[in-house]
Design a binder for this molecule. Structure first.
Ligand code: NAD
Length: 449
């Protein structure tokens, strides 16, 4: 059995049966058989079923949100909000997918071509624990809408909420179209190796690379949404108080366990003291605790392994000359206090590798040009934010090499735009027309006019 423990209290939340690796081929074949009729239904009919199914998530968001928080640790309001986000705009989401998948006719003088978007067949969705219902949702929904059957392997840290998601949808969906398997790396590897046509993966850069390597042999399609090391640039002339508040919110949200957390902050030497003072004040205002308590802002680390990884990076940075401006020590259980480090330098591990914990690292720079240069000196490229006088911030934003750049705001784009990583942070999209279309094979049928 796969047991799931509450990271705040250690209590057993529940357990699910681990899927024997030897059964995964048969599960994929069941998906393949179910996919034929699912495809034949047509995109509108699939959409209608998925709207009905996903609205049930909203109806049950209180209970599912509690389960999510008990299993993963984030504050309850965020847990409930995450569940609701899978259904509250489902009609519009489905409309967008239908539009993205609709056949298009392209003509020249002599030829009329219809460009179809057909399902691949069976899609494997492999997901992380930090958004344990929305990540499965954002891989399963577009895959299903495109007419694929899906085998989901959620993180072994959060199997219960993923199973609950699948169970709710399966009250409405035909049998076999959406199945869930449970386990860790072994089940993930076996699913990647099985007879699936497309792998949609959200998780770490390291595992993403392994999956890509495994898929090279038979050229399976892959969608990879990977980790980040997002920079924040505080330009000369920025409002340092609002920058401090933003940095605290974006470094400590979900206890820093967010792919677009602010993990590196570049600020000019003359502004650093004032900025750090505001950042530390905002950090001190955060309440750390069990997500079930309504006053909690920052919950626990998902696991002792993740906690130790974060503490090791903090300790190594201090050993190398960084200083604690706030927090750091004083952790208990799986909780880490919101931590502000100053005197971080570009060569420290904490400035280069993903931390995924509640740590704001301040790197002092000579000028804005140095901030841009250091921000771009990374293999990652998920999000980035730049704060300062609007014109200067927009100009700096265009020089950043990330996939999503926020100017005087967080990095997310307007409704309808995709979630996209550049460089080693991504190999595809979440959402938007580009995201929906990556679950479909383009097929052209052309005739003479
Ligand atoms: P992880 O890569 O360790 O695991 C992700 C999933 O892959 C899990 O289900 C795991 O069991 C499975 N897995 C592990 N080894 C495998 C293998 N060899 N083959 C197939 N599957 C395997 O990531 P995690 O710790 O669950 O999640 C945190 C990571 O996810 C961070 O790096 C974070 O930045 C990233 N993330 C990215 C986004 C994004 O949109 N770019 C969103 C959320 C999380």
């Amino acid at each position: 059995m796969l047991q799931s423990h509450n990271p705040a209290t250690g209590e057993l939340v529940g357990e699910v049966a681990t899927t024997p690796v030897s059964e995964i081929d048969a599960i994929v074949e069941r998906a393949r058989a179910a996919q034929v009729e699912w495809d034949a239904m047509g995109v509108e009919a699939r959409g209608a079923l998925l709207v009905t199914a996903c609205k049930r998530l909203v109806d049950r968001s209180e209970d599912l949100g509690k389960l999510l928080t008990r299993e993963m640790g984030k504050p309850l309001a965020s847990g409930i909000g995450e569940v609701k986000s899978c259904g509250s705009s489902i009609a519009a989401d489905v409309e967008g997918m239908i539009a993205a998948l609709r056949p298009e006719v392209v003509e020249d003088k002599h030829i009329r071509t219809t460009q179809y978007r057909d399902p691949y067949g069976v899609c494997a969705a492999i997901t992380p624990w930090n958004f344990p219902i929305s990540m499965p949702h954002w891989m399963c929904l577009p895959a299903l809408m495109a007419g694929n059957a899906v085998v989901l392997k959620p993180s072994e840290e959060t199997p219960l909420i993923a199973q609950a998601y699948v169970d709710v949808l399966n009250e409405v969906l035909p049998t076999g179209v959406l199945q869930c398997i449970h386990g860790a790396d072994d089940q993930g590897k076996a699913l990647v190796a099985a007879n699936v046509d497309l792998i949609a993966f959200t998780g770490s850069r390291e595992v993403g690379k392994k999956i890509l390597q495994s898929c090279a042999g038979d050229l399976k399609r892959v969608v990879l949404e990977l980790g980040g090391k997002d920079p924040m640039l505080v330009l000369d002339g920025a409002d340092l108080e609002s920058c401090g508040v933003f940095a605290a919110n974006n470094s400590f949200r979900n206890a820093g366990q967010v792919c677009v957390s602010t993990e590196r902050i570049y600020v000019g030497k003359s502004s650093a003291d004032a900025f750090i003072r505001h950042l530390c004040n905002a950090a001190a205002a955060k309440t750390v605790g069990d997500g079930m308590n309504s006053e909690t802002d920052v919950g626990p680390m998902i696991s002792t392994r993740q906690r130790d990884h974060v503490l090791e990076q903090i300790d190594a940075a201090i050993a190398d000359g960084a200083t604690l401006a706030h927090g750091g020590q004083g952790h208990h259980g799986q909780f880490i206090m919101p931590t502000v480090l100053r005197g971080v330098t570009h060569d420290m591990a904490i400035a280069k590798e993903e931390t995924f914990g509640p740590v704001a690292c301040v790197i002092e720079v000579e000028d804005d040009a140095e901030a841009i240069r250091l921000a771009n000196d990374t293999p990652f490229g998920l999000g980035a934010v730049v704060f300062g006088p609007q014109k200067a911030a927009e100009a700096a934003g265009r020089k950043l090499r990330a996939g999503m750049i926020g100017v005087n705001k967080s990095c997310g784009g307007a409704e309808g735009t995709p979630w996209v990583g550049a460089q080693e942070s991504g190999y595809g999209f979440h959402g938007g027309k580009e995201g929906h279309r990556q679950f479909a094979q383009v097929r052209l049928v052309s005739t003479r006019k």
